[in-house]
Design a protein around this ligand. Structure first.
Ligand SMILES: [Zn+2]
Ligand SMILES: [Zn+2]
Length: 218
């Protein structure tokens, strides 16, 4: 499977309270994917590597050339991450009756504050570890062979925010001005299908950390 690097995170760069399930003896998470269209979702197929950074003796200094014929929208431009911890609340991942109940409160809240629960206050868009998947369609949580519903490990979305999310999800440092729509919104240059996302799920209790890739778009 021809792989391109997507996200690399060291445990030391995460807050101590992070619940990223590093297996014992590892401190480096690497997510790569094959940038061709894979059934059943016709999106990239991820591979997850948990490593001990001390074992990485000769890291690559150049990005490898992408495989020929790959979906260009699935080839991320190299970026540096500036992780920021945010509190999320469910949106897509609620039952209809829960959503109805929240909607009543959300309407009041929006009238008083101008904030939309659904766009501004619940699920953060963009690339993120943990929290709720940034679904574009109905949730589809994979189940591990052990019987557990897997945990959301990472969402990699085309855009860091969209028009309706603005300005809530634009980092404070970037709100000062400049061309946020083209730089901060889509720094990776990813266009996953019709601007959707790739969601990787992991079983945090099975020793081999089995994982699954889900893709959706509008
Ligand atoms: Zn492939
Ligand atoms: Zn399992």
């Amino acid at each position: 499977m021809p792989l391109v690097p997507v996200v690399q995170v060291y445990a030391r760069d995460l807050p101590a309270s992070s619940d990223v399930p590093f297996p014992p003896g590892t401190d480096l998470l690497q997510v790569l994917w094959c940038p061709f269209h894979h059934a059943p979702y016709y999106g990239p197929m991820a591979q997850v590597f948990w490593r001990d950074s001390a074992d990485v003796s000769a890291p690559m200094t150049e990005f490898p050339e992408p495989p020929e014929g790959a979906d260009g929208g699935a080839l991320p431009v190299p970026c540096v991450l500036h992780p920021e911890r945010v509190m999320e609340y469910p949106s897509y991942d609620m039952t209809q009756s829960q959503a109805d109940e929240v909607q009543a409160i959300a309407e009041e809240l929006e009238k008083e504050t101008g904030w939309s629960y659904w766009y501004d206050l619940s699920v953060a868009p963009g690339v993120k570890l943990g929290g709720y998947p940034g679904w574009t369609q109905d949730p589809q949580w994979p189940r591990c062979a052990c019987g557990r519903v897997m945990d959301h490990l990472i969402t990699v979305e085309s855009n860091e925010f969209d028009g309706e999310d603005s300005p809530r999800w634009i980092p404070v440092e970037d709100q000062a001005g400049g061309d946020v729509w083209n730089t901060v919104k889509n720094p990776t240059d990813l266009v996953l299908g019709d601007a959707g996302g790739v969601y990787v799920f992991v079983c945090s209790t099975c020793p081999g950390r089995p994982y699954e890739t889900v893709f959706d778009c509008s």
